[in-house]
Design a protein around this ligand. Structure first.
Ligand SMILES: Nc1ncnc2c1ncn2[C@@H]1O[C@H](COP(=O)(O)OP(=O)(O)OP(=O)(O)O)[C@@H](O)[C@H]1O
Ligand SMILES: [Mg+2]
Length: 474
């Protein structure tokens, strides 16, 4: 009978097997309890050192502890607190020679799984162990189902089960089959590049190259040279002749990230690629034919840029014949648990860890946060938590400081004042810059504008401030 239970209790893999740990300062008690647990059909480890038992919990080796209440180094209740702090899922059963109903209630209230009087009754211990073994097996099966669910909700490395993301996957799948330009619209870190890669992989030109160009990261001449290539000596520093990305990915796909950041002159050249399939290397009179599919991405409102005269309308229509909008993470909270699981798996593998999950309160914090940096920010939070977490579970203390403190309510932050739009913009930019600790590229991404636009605003504000303080001084 004991063997039948053991089959359930010991699933494959040492981290998931139910290995009872017996903790008692009295060696004779340890031996007696070990014999009893073995008789119940389990293979226990024993120790008289509470720190050693805590280490076993920390490393996921034991998740069932039979602990004595009276121990000189640390009493059973203190041990219980430490154990639950390391792994909230651990089962601690306290054993005592001085049983009272009050202390039993206290133990259960503090998170003990059970409180057993000594001498321990064989039948009761056996029942407790079997119950935990069944729970264990259930947990393992739930874990397997979750893994399956994750597989089912992964689309070319993009995880999502929200209706909005399923729509994105569907559209990407459909559009990939056809040779047309696609515009991906979404805030920073929502996964635009991943979607672009998926479209390329699913397209008939998947065997050809995919070239990626971030249009906002370069000044115009550098961007032109990167996309179209140059002849040797075409400009200072052009020490050799080089083909550009359009030639490199000829027959395949070019992904233009932050296309809204290109100058009007560059936009005219892009239009020529789409309309005539022609390019010219800088400094060369030769017109070359290219055949590439364009996937462009923007985190700003391109239509507004068109209205403001900063983006060519004809190029906008050419690029956006198909638009795929990727919603911000805050609009698809149901994806968060799946993404957490996905990133835990990724970083467990990367860092050789065995973190099983997040504590409940840590999950709650992540579900309540606004995620201005979207999935990229969530990935960064999980990756650094995987580095700092010492136990089996990530807890709030493993998160960056701004996640550990509750968000101040808007009303606390500043009382409403009748500000001009310019003033609101200035304050908002400043707040985002503060949040990004002065990192302008990141701030621009969150604000949904290009870095050059951010510089323009900052320059203008600095000028206004200087004029104001000059005026005040005069
Ligand atoms: N749904 C998702 N599933 C898994 N990983 C994701 C998902 N969305 C984004 N990521 C990850 O988040 C990070 C940012 O994604 P990506 O670079 O595609 O975003 P983006 O929209 O292009 O951002 P930006 O506008 O800043 O360029 C990447 O590491 C990516 O792997
Ligand atoms: Mg990107």
């Amino acid at each position: 009978m004991a063997n039948a239970v053991q089959k359930v209790a010991v699933p494959s893999g040492s981290t998931t097997a139910l290995i009872p740990c017996i903790l008692d300062d009295d060696p004779a008690q340890l031996d007696a309890l070990a014999a009893l647990v073995t008789q119940c059909g389990y293979d226990p480890v024993t120790t008289s050192d509470p720190q050693e038992a805590l280490e076993l919990i920390r490393h996921g080796r034991c998740r069932f502890i039979l602990a004595d209440v009276q121990m000189p180094a640390m009493d059973g209740f203190a041990f219980l607190d430490h154990a639950l702090g390391i792994d909230p899922g651990v089962h601690v059963v306290l054993t005592t020679g001085g049983y009272s109903l009050e202390s039993a209630v206290d133990a259960i209230r503090r998170g003990a799984y059970d409180f057993l009087p000594k001498p321990i009754d064989y039948g009761r211990l056996r029942r407790t162990l079997d119950e935990v073994a069944v729970l264990y097996d259930q947990r393992r099966r739930v874990h397997q189902l979750e893994e399956q669910l994750l597989k089912d909700h992964e689309f070319h490395g993009i995880v999502g089960k929200s209706p909005a993301m399923l729509e994105v996957f569907d559209l990407a799948r459909k559009v990939a089959r056809h040779y047309t330009n696609v515009l991906l619209i979404g805030a920073t870190g929502t996964g635009k590049e991943l979607v672009a890669r998926a479209i390329h992989q699913l397209s008939p030109v998947a065997q050809q190259r995919l070239a990626i160009c971030n249009c906002s990261a370069m000044v115009d001449t550098l961007l032109e040279s990167q996309l179209f290539g140059h002849l040797r000596g075409a400009f200072t520093g052009a020490t050799d002749t080089r083909p550009g990305l359009f030639e490199y990915a000829n027959g395949g796909t070019v992904f233009l990230d932050e296309v809204g950041e290109t100058s009007l002159a560059m936009q005219a050249k892009l239009l020529r690629v789409i309309q005539n399939r022609e390019i010219q290397r800088i400094g060369s009179p030769e017109v070359r034919q290219v055949n590439v599919r364009l996937i462009a991405a923007t985190n700003s409102d391109l239509r507004a840029e068109v209205l403001a005269g900063r983006f060519r309308e004809d190029l906008y229509y050419r690029l956006s014949s198909i638009q795929i909008r990727i919603p911000p993470l805050s609009a698809r909270l149901e994806d968060i648990p799946l993404l957490i699981q996905f990133f835990l798996k990724k970083y467990n593998e990367a860092y050789g860890k065995q973190i099983a999950g997040l504590t409940r309160r840590a999950q709650t914090v992540l579900l309540q946060y606004a995620w201005p940096g979207n999935v990229r920010e969530l990935e960064n939070v999980i990756s650094s938590a995987c580095i700092t977490a010492t136990g089996q579970f990530v807890d709030i203390g493993d998160f960056p400081e701004h996640l550990q403190k509750p968000e101040p309510q808007p009303a606390d932050r500043d009382a409403w004042r009748p500000l001009s739009l310019d003033e609101v913009r200035r304050l908002h930019i400043q707040r985002v810059l503060d949040m990004c600790q002065g990192n302008r590229l990141r701030a621009a991404q969150i604000l949904g504008i290009g870095r050059t636009s951010l510089y323009r605003y900052l320059k203008r504000d600095a000028k206004d401030n200087a004029a104001k303080s000059g005026g005040a001084a005069a």
